[in-house]
Design a protein around this ligand. Structure first.
Ligand code: ADP
Ligand code: ARG
Length: 387
């Protein structure tokens, strides 16, 4: 434990580094970050903040960095604690982001991301081989247009023009029988505006995203700004293909299906994504080293989350996730609730299982990791049920 005097000295040292003469000239936000470094060792953004680097930036770039860190400062319990505001923040503020990315994704900053959607040996990754019935399978990717600010920095006009841009793309999707569907909007006055009741039903059906103005991370980051303007969702009648507009990323593109063959969902998503990329008039943002650019650094690389709803009553007895997380973590899997991130598990012990890795892993390997993990979790569940 650091003594109060030593802590005070530390603060003075930081002030020296920042070349500021007296306390009231110190940017109060920087002072708060310095305090959070002590109190919140798990907040990656705060831990990766380097006062020397900060003081080397001009005032515009200093503000740009603080904008990216706002959510982690307002919510000290954050794990990542930052979001990009412009697609090139990852390059322009590289000394900060490379450190934070390496800390979260667990590789050094020399690595370069490679995309590859193939599954070796043409394996279907069929979970029926584990004796499982058809389950709810979902794979999504985040994508952002290179010529627009990220959702954390968009004006209301940017948000509605994104929605208009996508209207043209959705029009083109009508010519593809597998992707033809309907666009519904939350924008007040939009011709396809949903009623509150219709919106809640689509959220409950896992088609539409949750209200963003209830999420403290998204509020602080500016990502929930102007809610619900420019927000909407495109979906096919069977809900097998869905595109979210204006959530955390400009687009979240996903395929969802009750089935057993993971490769089939992966292939469907890949061809839908290629169709969208061709139909959209402008390219998606990419970084040479970090692959697909996403607003949250946790999603960089592939932007992909592949998940299954898996019933694990013995591993979740009493509604506790401790046991299942203990087994899932070394397999590289994360456990979420039935409504997605930050929601509780199902009353029958059903959880959302997905590989945590998104960067420095291929799309094919993410799905392979999910398949292998399902096999391991089911084995552990069966071991417990037979005792
Ligand atoms: P994301 O997957 O985009 O990171 P969330 O974790 O919030 O975001 O999940 C978004 C929605 O997708 C939630 O309604 C969640 O229940 C649903 N979902 C995720 N995985 C599956 C799945 N395998 N089957 C059905 N719905 C799913
Ligand atoms: N900002 C939150 C944190 O740092 C969530 C990060 C991951 N989730 C997300 N939806 N991007 O803990």
């Amino acid at each position: 434990m650091q003594s109060a005097i030593a802590a005070r000295r530390n603060v003075l040292n930081w002030r020296d580094v920042l070349s500021l003469e007296c306390a009231d000239q110190l940017n109060p936000i920087v002072e708060k970050i310095i305090q959070l470094k002590e109190s919140h060792p798990a907040n990656i953004a705060v831990q990766c903040f380097d006062a020397e680097y900060f003081s080397s930036l001009d005032s515009g770039l200093q503000q740009r960095l603080l904008d990216c860190m706002q959510s982690g400062i307002d919510n000290p319990e954050s794990e990542m604690g930052c979001y990009a505001c412009q697609a090139d923040d990852y390059d322009v503020l590289r000394p900060f982001f490379a450190k934070a990315i390496s800390r979260y994704h667990g590789q050094d900053s020399q690595s370069r991301h490679v995309s590859d959607w193939t599954i070796p040996d043409g394996d279907m990754l069929d979970i029926a081989e584990f004796g499982l019935p058809p389950l709810s399978l979902r794979i999504r990717v985040g994508r952002n247009f290179a010529d627009l600010p990220l959702t954390s920095a968009m004006t209301q006009q940017d948000r509605t023009s994104l929605e208009k841009r996508m209207a043209d793309v959705f029009e083109q999707l009508q010519s593809n029988p597998e992707l033809a569907g309907t666009y519904v909007s939350l924008t007040p006055g939009h011709p396809n505006q949903l009623t509150q009741q219709e919106y809640e039903k689509l959220v409950a059906d896992h088609v539409m995203f949750k209200a963003m103005d209830a999420d403290p991370y998204l509020i602080s980051a500016g990502i929930a700004g102007d809610w619900p303007h420019g927000r909407g969702c495109y979906y096919t009648p069977d809900h097998s293909f869905i595109v979210w507009v204006g959530e955390e990323d400009h687009l979240r593109i996903m395929c969802m299906k009750t089935g057993t063959k993971l490769k089939r969902v992966l292939d469907q998503l890949h061809s839908a994504l290629q169709f969208i990329e061709r139909s959209a008039a402008s390219p998606f943002a990419r970084s040479q080293d970090f692959g697909t650019v996403t607003t949250c650094p946790t999603n960089l690389g592939t932007g992909m989350r592949a998940s299954v709803h898996l019933n694990l009553p013995h591993l979740t007895t009493g509604g506790s996730l401790d046991k299942v997380k203990e087994i899932a973590a070394p397999l590289g899997l994360g456990i979420r609730g039935m409504g997605g991130e930050h929601t509780p598990i199902g009353p029958d012990g059903t959880v959302d299982v997905s590989p945590r890795a998104r960067l420095y892993i291929t799309e094919g390997n993410i799905v392979h990791r999910l398949y292998d993990g399902i096999g391991q979790l089911i084995k552990a569940e069966q071991n417990l049920s037979s005792h």
